[in-house]
Design a protein around this ligand. Structure first.
Ligand code: C2O
Ligand code: CU
Length: 497
């Protein structure tokens, strides 16, 4: 496959070198980064915590002196952070006041498929949806966003996305910064393009249409927003700060580090805490991925969280990632002259989830992510592509057969990256995950542990998290069934499923 790709390699490289972008030196970090409101309701008489989200269009001041028509939940852009604890019974009242039908998906949450908010749980314009479930998974940083088939990219780009913070008894006891917005800070990173009048520019990046069919990456923005703030800074008041990084971009991959060259500690990946914080200088964050890092400050420090041009020292020499070869300043971190003390960084986090391990003889499934298809097929809302026994841990081998960008995400499961092209995976993915960047012409092997909410007729999704690819049909569906029912379970989605 590598030889066949050599021809397009040159065209591909040229097209994107021609559009290489940077904002370095152009920002002055003038705006205090916005901190999304926190929703953490007390349980009601019925014992459930009720969250209310109203999706509606609005107008936002994203750029100085300009108004941008946007969408949001409980506000004109983005959405509140939802907080819950393991064991909580939660319920969400979602009102859709948007001009279009949509859905709201809880990315990373383990819950019944009918509550998942995927493309089958449409909420009509003007309608409501009331999912409820019991939080039954470890502490983690998750997020939520629309997932209507064919329109996810546009709905997320307009601004509907929010963070979810799950706590548990171990995270509460861990020696980690945990004061929301003070030393425990949501950092939702998104890239946008704007027209001169301030409105969002939806122009898509299409590359090398002459080779191997048109690839549509969707929007790749030259303006970076953090929590909907342009040109942002965060005022550091403590010696250590935990940043909950979420790549909420449609397609852009970030290669994140600090401008003073200092290391930071990775303390959690997508679906949970690491047993031991890991020191590193850079981490890759693909669309949909989360990483919690703890950064240490000295009084008066002035550093910038930046997406660097990759040194491509990931051990995968042909690798380059679309949009990740651009250089962008993301967020200035300015430390006050006196800093409050912080808890010491733990050397180990008791109770952090251990690695997902597949039993000997585990089922192996192979997926080829090439072009805009998975295993040569385009998403069919009626077709169930895989049937998985409840609670199983399987080996999923994901092969990326082209030079475009693909990012694997699976619903209703948590996974461990076992290896990439037979090598140890990069340090920043060695933790509990639900989303992972796929390396060029590489095979990424995962041990995937599925949840045990059985439903033979309503599927979960797995797909590319480059949202335009997902919209184009780079998605498949699986059901989770009683182990004895795998061979007899339906292969089509029930009407109204
Ligand atoms: Cu973040 Cu299937 O989605
Ligand atoms: Cu893709």
């Amino acid at each position: 496959a590598v030889a066949a790709g050599a021809g397009w390699g040159a065209t591909f490289l040229k097209v994107y070198q021609d559009r290489r972008r940077s904002n370095v030196g152009k920002l002055s970090f003038r705006n205090a980064v916005r901190i999304p409101a926190l929703l953490d309701p007390e349980p009601s008489a019925d014992g459930r915590r009720h969250y209310r989200l109203t999706l509606a269009p609005g107008s936002s001041d994203l750029l100085p002196g300009r108004r941008t028509p946007t969408w949001g939940a409980n506000g004109s852009y983005l959405a509140p952070t939802l907080r819950a604890r393991r064991g909580d019974r939660v319920s969400v009242d979602v009102r859709n006041r948007l001009p279009e039908d949509t859905t709201l998906h809880w990315h990373g949450m383990l819950l019944p498929a009918v509550m998942d908010g995927g493309p089958h749980q449409m909420i009509e314009a003007g309608g409501t949806w009331n999912p409820y479930w019991t939080v039954s998974q470890p502490a983690a940083t998750l997020w939520y966003h629309p997932h209507p088939h064919g329109a996810t990219a546009a709905h997320v780009y307009r601004g509907v996305a929010g963070m979810i913070i799950l706590d548990d008894e171990h995270s509460a006891r861990a020696s980690l910064p945990s004061e929301y917005g003070v030393d425990d800070v949501p950092v939702v990173i998104q890239d946008k393009n704007f027209h001169d009048d301030g409105s969002l520019d939806f122009t898509e990046v299409k590359l090398a249409e002459s080779v191997a069919g048109a690839d549509n990456l969707g929007v790749l923005g030259d303006t970076i927003l953090v929590n909907g703030t342009y040109d942002p800074y965060f005022e550091v008041t403590t010696r250590r700060v935990r940043l909950r990084l979420l790549n909420g971009s449609n397609a852009r991959v970030y290669w994140l580090g600090l401008t003073n060259g200092r290391t930071f500690h990775l303390v959690a990946t997508d679906t949970g805490l690491l047993a031991r914080p890991r020191a590193m200088e850079r981490l890759l964050l693909a669309p949909g991925e989360r990483a919690e890092i703890v950064v240490e400050f000295r009084p008066g420090d002035d550093v910038v969280l930046r997406s660097f041009e990759p040194a491509l020292d990931l051990g995968f020499p042909t690798e380059r990632f679309m949009g990740g070869d651009d250089t962008f300043d993301i967020l200035a971190l300015r430390a006050a002259r006196t800093l409050r003390d912080s808890p010491p960084l733990p050397t180990r986090v008791d109770g952090a989830p251990g690695p997902v391990e597949a039993p000997a003889g585990a089922t192996v499934r192979s997926f080829d992510f090439t072009g805009l298809q998975i295993n040569g097929r385009t998403m069919d809302m009626n077709r169930i592509d895989q049937v998985v026994p409840a609670g199983a841990t399987e080996i999923w081998e994901i092969e990326r057969g082209d030079e475009w960008v693909h990012v694997f995400h699976v619903h209703g499961a948590t996974f461990q990256v076992l290896d990439v092209n037979g090598q140890e995976p990069p340090e920043f993915v060695r933790g509990p995950k639900d989303t992972v960047y796929l390396y060029e012409f590489g095979t990424t092997r995962l041990a995937v542990r599925f949840d045990d909410h059985v439903d033979e007729e309503r599927p979960y999704m797995y797909h590319c998290h480059v949202l335009r690819h997902e919209d184009e049909g780079m998605m498949g569906q699986f059901t989770v069934v009683e182990p004895g029912r795998v061979d007899r379970a339906p292969r089509t989605v029930a009407a109204g499923g």
